[in-house]
Design a protein around this ligand. Structure first.
Ligand code: 5RP
Length: 230
């Protein structure tokens, strides 16, 4: 059987998840090349009249720009206690629906939105499914520029190979103006313990492990779409 191209798989997953959105919802818009298909489909549904009274919270400046161009009414988290649904991508998904995110460097805002969300739907192609997190991706760790080398040394001390993410010759800058250290741990035996360890370190603003946050995963593969609710 010929494998569909990855972009087509991402499109299927993103557009399918957009059908979960209902009129009146406050919607979190994820970041990346899969979530954008959900954002575009939500915009189409708004403009066709199929969805009414939608407000959306973007998870990155790039998503904000795209959603605003698509005419989606945007808001931030001011005054909003609960986001009904967020559709976002991931870099790795394990069998317990724990995630590595942050391939695009947006994981801080993505996690703030995910934590405020009732139903976090993750959209991926099947190459993102792993038995253990860390198998093929490093954990993106957002660090403030002050003293970032000491965070790199700390990550090395706890067993990672950290690499400063670059944008050309310069350090990559997040939407918050911070750096990212991509920390390759290899397969992570206890993601929740690593989450706690990284969260306890001053200078680490946020990391890309999303533990126990996901309600549904939509996986697109050459064999079709799978919707895995928890
Ligand atoms: C950005 C993210 C993305 O959701 C993740 O990297 C997946 O991206 P893509 O859908 O382009 O493969 O976490 O920070």
């Amino acid at each position: 059987m010929c494998r569909m191209n990855v972009k087509a798989l991402k499109q299927q997953a993103g557009e399918f998840a957009a059908t979960f959105v209902e009129s009146g919802m406050l919607v979190g818009l994820g970041s990346g090349s899969t979530a954008i298909f959900a954002t575009r489909r939500i915009a189409q549904r708004i403009h066709s009249g199929d969805l009414r009274d939608i407000r959306a919270v973007p998870t990155s400046l790039a998503t904000e720009a795209a959603a605003s161009e698509l005419g989606i009414p945007l808001t931030d988290l001011t005054g909003a206690t609960r986001i009904d649904i967020t559709i976002d991508g991931a870099d790795e998904v394990d069998p317990a629906f724990n995630l590595i995110k942050g391939g695009g460097g947006a994981h801080l805002r993505e996690k703030i939105v995910a934590q405020a969300t009732e139903r976090l739907v993750i959209v991926v192609d099947d190459s993102k499914l792993v038995e253990q997190l860390g198998t093929s991706w490093a954990v993106p760790v957002e660090v403030i520029p002050f003293g970032w080398e000491s965070q790199a040394a700390y990550l090395q001390f706890i067993g990672a190979r950290p690499a400063l993410r670059l944008d050309g010759e310069s350090p990559f800058k997040t939407d918050q103006g911070n750096h990212i250290l991509d920390a390759a741990f290899g397969p992570i035996a206890d993601p929740a313990a690593l989450d706690a360890t990284l969260s306890a370190r001053a200078g680490i603003v946020e990391h890309g492990l999303f533990i126990n946050m996901t309600r549904d995963v939509v996986v697109a593969s050459s064999d079709g779409l799978q919707h895995l609710p928890r």
